[in-house]
Ligand binder design. Sequence first.
Ligand code: GCU
Length: 678
Amino acid sequence: GYDAWLGRRALTDKDQVSSLTDWASRIIAEESDECIRTAAYELTETITAWTGRRPDNAVPADGGGCLRIGTFQGCSEVASAFSEVEMSAVQADGFRLRRAGQSIIIAGSTGRGVLYGAFALLRLIKTGERLNELDELSNPANGLRLINEWDNVDGSIERGYAGRSIFYAEGEVVPDLSRVRDYARLLASVGINGIVVNNVNVHREETLFLSERYLPRIADMANVFRAYGIRLYLSINFAAPIEMGGLATADPLEEAVRTWWKDRVKEVYKWIPDFGGFLVKADSEFRPGPFTYGRDHADGANMLAEALAPYGGIVVWRCFVYNCKQDWRDRKTDRARAAYDHFTPLDGRFRDNVVLQVKNGPMDFQVREPVSPLFGAMPHTNMLIEFQVTQEYTGQQRHLCYLVPQWKEALDFDTHARGEGSTIKKVADGSLFGRPLGGFAAVSNVGDDANWTGHPLAQANLYGYGRLAWNPELAADRIAEEWIKQTFGDHDRVIKTLLAMLMSSWSLYESYTSPLGVGWMVKPNHHYGPDVDGYEYSMWGTYHFADCYGIGVDRSVRTGTGYASQYHRPHSERFESAETTPDELLLFFHHVPYTHRLHSGKTVIQHIYDSHFEGVKGSEALAEQWEGLKGLIDHDIFEQGRSRLQEQIEHAKEWRDVINTYFWRKSGIADEHGRTIY
Ligand code: GCU
C-alpha cells in the first residue's frame, strides 16, 4: 500500500499503452521552475514504468508528437496552442490540458499549475480516460488547500492511528526525508498547497521550532515540500515570547512582545523564504492566548499578522474555543454555542492576512453534528473549513468510514446568509462574502505504517479530501471510484465492491455508535469504544442528558440553550422544533421521551435498538464483500483489510450491546422484536 494511488505498475490495458507510445515518448519541459522540473520527473518516471520505455527530451522532428509542459509566459510553444482568452481563464494554480495534433500539452500560468496538470493527466490515463479529444481547463475552487499534521517532535502523533510520525523521531526532524518527499507527492497529486508540520497543541520543545535549534532542519523539510508546490506552515505557542524569549508577558498589545514576534518571523523567513505562516490554537483546551491579558482573539491574531504581512505570510487562527472546565450541573452553558459567541462580535476586526479556521461542526468532528453556524455569520472575515481526516471519532482507522459524504453534506449546506444558495462551500472559497482568503484545512491521517493510514481503505479519505478541496462539486462516489481505479486497477468487481463498501460506511458507523445526533458516548481520552456516560459528568461540555424518560440536549430558544438561533432562517426555525428537526439531528437539538415518534415512524428507543442490531449486520456484510476480493487484489492489502474488518464486527457488537443495554435499563422499554439485550 505504500504507493497508494500513485502506484506505477505497468498498465494492463493494451489500448491505453498504445495510445501512449507516440506523444509519451518525448517530454519537453524547457523552464527551470522547480515545480515544472518535478512535473517532468513525475511524468517521466510514471510513463517509463507504465510502458517500459523511458521518454527522452528531444524536440520532435516535424510531424512527431510529444508531451510539452510549461507556462504561458515561459514557453512560447505552450502559449501558441491557446488563445488569449483561453490563457487568461487559467488562474494561479490552475491548468489546461490539450491534445494538439500528435502532441499533448500541459499548460499553467505558474509552475505549480503545471505540476497539478501533470498529475491530472496521469490520473486521467490511469482511470481509463481516452485522450483523443483531450481539452480540459481546471482551476481550484479554493485558494488555501491545507493539511494539518498533529505530529510532535518526539515522534508521537496526537490522534494518529497509523504508526509514528514520518517527520520526527526522538526529538529531531528525521535525518532521511525521503518518506516526507513521498508524502509530498501524494499531497501534490491531489492539489494540496500548504502543510502545517506540527501539532496545534504546541508543547515546550516544539515552541522552539522558531529558533535556530530547529529551523535549519525545518527548512530542509520546506525544501522538500517546495519542489511539490507545497508551502510549509508552523503551529505556534502564543506564550512563546515568555517560554522561549524570556519576556515577562505575551500580551499582544505590548510593544516588546510585538517586536519579539517580528524578529522571530524575520528569522523564520531567512531560513524559509516562502514560509506560509502560523497556525494558532489559542485560549483553547488549556493553550495560552490573549484572554490572559484581557485581550481578544482579534488582538492576538492581528499582532502575528502584522509581523507576517511584509513577507506575504498569513495567520490561521482556530475557532475551536470553548469552556473545557464546565460544571456538568450547569445546564445553561452549551459548548455548541461557544465558537459563535466568541467570534461573531469580532467580525470585521481581523486583518486581511488572517483567516479563521472553523471545524465543520460546532462540537468536535463527531460522526454526526450539524454544521457550524459560524459559516454564515462573519461576512467580513476570512474563513477556512476544517475537517478531520484522521478518524478520531469515526473508528480510528480500525473501522471503515469513508468521510467524503459527510464533508459533502457540510459543504452543500445552505446557510441562507445571503439568501438561497449561500452554501458553506461558497463561504469557504471566499466567494459568498467576497473574501480574499479562504479554503480548506484538515487533520491528516498518515503515519509511518507501511500503507500510510493503517486501514488500507482509509487512504481514500486523504485522497478525497484533496480532491474536494480542489473541487467541492465532485460527487463522493466519483471521488471514490477514481481512487479505487488508481489504487486497485480496473477490475470491474473490485471497483463495484469497494465503491459499495466505501459509500455505505459512514452511515454504517453512525448506526452503531451515535443514534440521532447524540454523539460523545465514547471512552474518555482515547475516544475508542462505547462508554455512554464517559463524558456525562465531566467538564468538557459534551452531554446527552439521558434519564429514565428520555434523552437529548435541548438547544431550542424557547426552552433550551438557544443554540438553534445561531442559524439563519429557515434553519433556526426548523431546528427550534422537534417536529421539523431532521431525525438524524433530533437528539442534538431536543430532549425527547424514548417514545417520541420519528419521521421514520419508529420511536426513538426502537430506532436505537434497530440501528444497533443493523449496524452489526452491516459490518458483517462489509467483511463478506471484502472476502469476495480474495485473489483480485494484492494479498497483503487483502489480509490487512480482512483483520480490520473482523475487528470492526467484534467492536460493533460491543457498541450494540453496551448502547442497547444501557438504554433498555434506563427506559425499561423492551425491544419490539424481542432480541437479546443484556
Ligand atoms: C479534539 C482532539 C484533541 C485536539 C483538539 C483540537 O479535542 O481530541 O486531541 O487537540 O480536538 O482540535 O485542537
